[in-house]
Structures are given as structure tokens and as C-alpha cells.
Write a protein that binds this ligand. Structure first.
Ligand code: GAR
Length: 202
């Protein structure tokens, strides 16, 4: 069973999908804490509503990364709650070496595109503007780069001619909510091996 810490900056629908998968027995995990860099993020409300210790961590002065005192604070919270795995669920900061080293191959992220296409911000908009016909979502291990870590699983989503960014993102999110608990369950069952860039299921 995973002792999961969930880090997010926004709505927390992926966090909700994780909670629902735990409740329905599809995911063998308990969420030990929720951490956000945004004080009024909906993910914190969802955590509190579920009775899970939920923390806002002020990440200033850094704007795009989890660094300095905030990184220390997060490490402290993870230790305090006995987390063994970290799920980034819409966490809009770059995770640095110290946290990566403390949780080697135990930090996973969900990205709203078929990596390595469209890393970075608003990936669904990038996909729409580029004109691809298929995009999707990717669950991957986090490494030192931005959206570059070994890929655990991906789900494809068609792009329609009359799509808006919002409609496309909503369709991608439906698949994220399936993919994320599924990937975490593979981790819970210890069925993943990382061989260089490749993640093998055993
Ligand atoms: C998700 O679509 C996730 O893939 C994306 O943020 C959204 C968070 O939604 N993450 C990134 O873009 C990371 N680069 P949620 O808060 O409702 O789970």
C-alpha cells in the first residue's frame, strides 16, 4: 500500500480521482497529506473535506520552482506524515535535486499531452495550435528536467476540428482520471522497473 503525498496547485480533479480509486478499491494507497503552493487552491479544500492533513506552503521568493525554505518545509511534511510516494497532480513548479534524491523513482507526474510532445505549460493549447490530430496524457516518473522523466503510461485523445482549448482539456482530463490511479496502482504492486528511459511492467 502506498503512503501517498499529493502536491497540486489547482482544481485537484486528479487528486479527487485518486481518492475515488482508493475508495472503490482500485488503488491500494492512503493519502497521507496534500500540499499546495497556492493558498486558496481547490485541491486543499478537497483534502480538508476528505479529512486529510492539507498544507499551503509559501514558495516565495521562487516563482517557478520548489526550492530553498519551501523545499525544506515540504521535505519535513513528507517525513512527518511518512510519505513514501509523491504524486504531482497539477503542481506547477519544478521539483529540484534534493527532493528527487530523497524520493528516487518515487515521484510521479501527470502531464496533459503525449510526451515528449508539448512539455511545459498549457500543453492542450499547444497541441491544438500545432494541429495534431491525436494528443492525450502521460504519467511519468519525475527527473531533473521538465516533463522528461521515464514514461509509465499514456492514453490517447482525439483532437476534433471544432475543439476549443477548454473542450480538449476536459476530454484529456477524463483520460487523466483513469490513467493516474492506474499508474499508481502499478507502483503500489511494485510492478514497474526503470531501465534507462524505459519503464518495464513485470
Ligand atoms: C491537469 O490537466 C494536469 O495534467 C496539468 O494540470 C491539470 C491539473 O488539473 N498539469 C500540468 O500541466 C503540469 N505541467 P487538476 O488540478 O484538476 O488535477
Amino acid at each position: 500500500m502506498l503512503s501517498l503525498a499529493v502536491l497540486g496547485s489547482g482544481q485537484g480533479t486528479n487528486f479527487q480521482a485518486i481518492l475515488d480509486a482508493i475508495r472503490t478499491g482500485k488503488l491500494s494507497a492512503r493519502v497521507v497529506c496534500v500540499i499546495s503552493d497556492v493558498p486558496d487552491a481547490r485541491i486543499l479544500e478537497r483534502g480538508r473535506a476528505a479529512g486529510i492533513p492539507s498544507y499551503y506552503v509559501d514558495c516565495a521568493p521562487y516563482r517557478t520552482r520548489l526550492d530553498g525554505p519551501a523545499e525544506e518545509r515540504v521535505l519535513e511534511l513528507l517525513q512527518q506524515h511518512g510519505a513514501d510516494t509523491i504524486a504531482l497532480a497539477g503542481f506547477m513548479r519544478i521539483v529540484k535535486h534534493k527532493l528527487l534524491a530523497a524520493f528516487r523513482h518515487r515521484i510521479v507526474n501527470i502531464h496533459p499531452a503525449l510526451l515528449p510532445a508539448f512539455p511545459g505549460l498549457r500543453a492542450w493549447e499547444q497541441a491544438l495550435e500545432y494541429g495534431v490530430k491525436i494528443t492525450g496524457c502521460t504519467v511519468h516518473f519525475v527527473d531533473e528536467g521538465v516533463d522528461t522523466g521515464p514514461i509509465i503510461l499514456q492514453r490517447a485523445v482525439p483532437v476534433y476540428d471544432d475543439d476549443t482549448p477548454e473542450r480538449l482539456h476536459a476530454r484529456i482530463q477524463e483520460q487523466e482520471h483513469i490513467a493516474y490511479p492506474e499508474a499508481l496502482q502499478l507502483l503500489a504492486e511494485d510492478r514497474l522497473r526503470v531501465l534507462g528511459r524505459r519503464v518495464i511492467r513485470i
